[in-house]
Write a protein that binds this ligand. Structure first.
Ligand code: ADP
Ligand code: MG
Length: 324
């Protein structure tokens, strides 16, 4: 059953001189109890996709097309006040950088109870009790101590746990986790992702898991959306995608699963991934020419179903069938 559906999302950044299309023709849905991974290299449009869903775009960004359907509403048509009723309560977000998301001058306990106080009718005692319960749930052995600490007194992993406690405080239906563990060491990363996964298993919450790491996708996601240059280039359930990746960009990402001990100094580009001859059953992935900055395909392209539930973006000569 579908919980949320993004349809034909298009986002632009405007400056005085030009308009840059950051997201184009992005459509996907998230089912109840499902973990959907949004994967792509840095700058592919993952964060902007999720921020636009909740009305959190930077000031120079603007949604110029599309819909985000949730509970019979189009979130893109709601005003900030209506969105506030949904953000944090029904859909919550966990960002990569806990030090930005947490207020450094406010104790952890107060930050956790703020969301609860806003969305749920609780008195002070109940709020504290609930915050301690949440801190215990996310793995703190001394919740009272953490309750009274400031973010600066916690390690990176502990801060991320505190953020998860905040994110789950109102029993959300969807958690958007934007690279939630990228700043953490491998062991802590696994603990945090296991924690989120356990929470999902016991509550039935859906997760939109944003990452650039295919290794994590295999372990935690049900379905995968691969993004490049603001567009979806391939999407399928996790088993199908790993068994039969079609787009060269997907294959490139899979082959370049980052290893902590050998960081890459070079980000994969579409030119690395798509050679001019690359084709699949007679269809080509990209035209021979690329845009000057190589960020966006300027060519007409469209998603084609290559097997049930498995869609791949191909170049198309005919503008009429592009961007369906
Ligand atoms: P990802 O999360 O996949 O790393 P983003 O969604 O942050 O990528 O960015 C998508 C595109 O939008 C990039 O080309 C990026 O440069 C552009 N972008 C992001 N934020 C801004 C901004 N505030 N102003 C202008 N362009 C932006
Ligand atoms: Mg991002």
């Amino acid at each position: 059953m579908i919980l949320l559906e993004v349809r034909n999302l298009k986002v632009a950044f405007k400056s005085e001189k030009e308009e840059f299309i950051a997201i184009d023709d992005v459509s996907f849905s998230i089912d109840k109890r499902e973990t959907v991974a949004l994967i792509g290299e840095s700058g592919s449009g993952k964060s902007i996709t999720s921020l636009s869903m909740l009305g959190l775009l930077p000031r120079n960004g603007q949604v110029i097309g599309g819909h985000v359907f949730y509970e019979d509403k189009d979130l893109l048509l709601l005003d900030q006040k209506e969105l506030q009723q949904i953000r944090g309560k029904k859909i919550s977000m966990i960002f990569q950088d806990a030090s930005i998301s947490l207020n450094p001058s406010m104790k952890i306990g107060k930050q956790i109870t703020e969301g609860l106080a806003y969305h749920r009718m609780m008195n002070r005692e109940e709020l504290k009790c609930e915050a301690l319960r949440l801190l215990t749930k996310v793995g703190f052995h001394k919740p009272t101590e953490v309750f009274n600490q400031y973010p600066g007194q916690l390690s990176g992993g502990m801060k991320q746990r505190a953020l998860i406690a905040m994110a789950i405080s109102c029993n959300p239906q969807l958690i958007i986790a934007d690279e939630p563990t990228t700043a953490l060491d491998v062991t802590t990363q696994k603990q945090i992702l296991d924690l989120m996964n356990d929470y999902k298993q016991t509550t039935g919450t859906s997760i939109l898991f944003i990452t650039h790491d295919f290794g994590l996708v295999a372990e935690y996601a049900d379905r995968v959306i691969v993004m490049f240059g603001g567009k979806i280039v391939e999407t399928a359930d996790v088993f199908t995608l790993f068994k039969n990746p079609v787009h060269p960009y997907t294959k490139g990402l899979m082959n370049s699963i980052p290893k902590i001990e050998e960081p890459r100094d070079h980000l994969l580009t579409i030119r690395d991934a798509v050679s001019e001859e690359a084709a699949y059953e007679g269809r080509i992935f990209a035209p021979e020419t690329f845009s000057a900055d190589e960020k966006v395909y300027h060519s007409p392209s469209t998603l084609i179903e290559v097997e049930p539930g498995h869609h791949v973006r191909f170049f198309t000569e005919s503008p009429e069938v592009s961007n369906i």
